[in-house]
Design a protein around this ligand. Structure first.
Ligand code: C2R
Length: 202
């Protein structure tokens, strides 16, 4: 589903709730305010993945990270948490990362998930531009097994923290994001409680 919603450009697509031109964005529906903010920033709305304004913004450094981040998308969809997925690299398209991160609060996101591999600066750069909590997902890499991604993400300087899940831990990132949203939303807190009961009974 994610693949279908993404545009065809190499490193700058975003999946939110619509289709894609050279920049695509895949989310879970969005309000008029969010749509206008997106339009201002030239984010094309892609397919709807859940009802409502996206609460989680997911950013990945490359389309090659899509297979891993699919786990987060599926988990958020299971929890009925609307999300937006954008492909943008802090190295290859820093202006887009800046615009997307700096507009995240205005667009109604509550948490950001940032996934990247190798010299994974993306999560830290996003965290520099938003007051929202950022959860990093280090992508497993062929040369260094993802330790490169992990260390790039956890070794943040004081003042700019990012939370970090396991290498390829996309599903846990989605669960943690929902837990964070649940601190201010009893429905999502119940979603997590139910999920934990389910886990205990497995
Ligand atoms: P390609 O497959 O596109 O060459 O990307 C991506 O997240 C991906 O895992 C290889 C890896 O480079 C990562 N990448 C970053 C950043 N941008 C892309 N770590 C960034 O901004 O940190």
């Amino acid at each position: 589903m994610v693949e279908k919603t993404l545009g065809s450009s190499a490193d700058e697509s975003s999946a939110a709730g619509g289709s894609a031109a050279d920049e695509s964005s895949a989310a879970g529906g969005s309000s008029a305010a969010a749509e206008s903010a997106a339009a201002e920033l030239s984010f094309t709305q892609a397919s709807v993945t859940a009802e409502g304004t996206p609460l989680v913004g997911i950013i990945i450094g490359s389309k090659s990270d899509l297979e891993v981040i699919q786990g987060a998308c599926e988990q958020l969809a299971d929890f009925k948490v609307p999300y937006e997925l954008v492909v943008a690299s802090a190295h290859r398209n820093p202006e887009k990362v800046h615009a997307w991160s700096a507009s995240a609060v205005q667009r109604g996101f509550k948490v950001i998930i940032a996934a990247a591999g190798k010299a994974a600066h993306l999560a830290g750069v996003v965290a520099a531009f938003t007051p929202l909590p950022v959860i990093a997902v280090p992508i497993k890499t062929s040369d260094l097994g993802g330790l490169d991604s992990l260390l790039s993400m956890v070794q943040m300087p004081t003042g700019v923290p990012v939370a970090c899940v396991a290498i390829n831990g996309a599903r846990n990132a989605a669960i943690l994001a929902t837990q964070i949203i649940g601190t201010g939303d009893l429905n999502y807190q119940k979603t997590i409680s139910d999920y934990k009961h389910q886990l205990a009974n497995q």
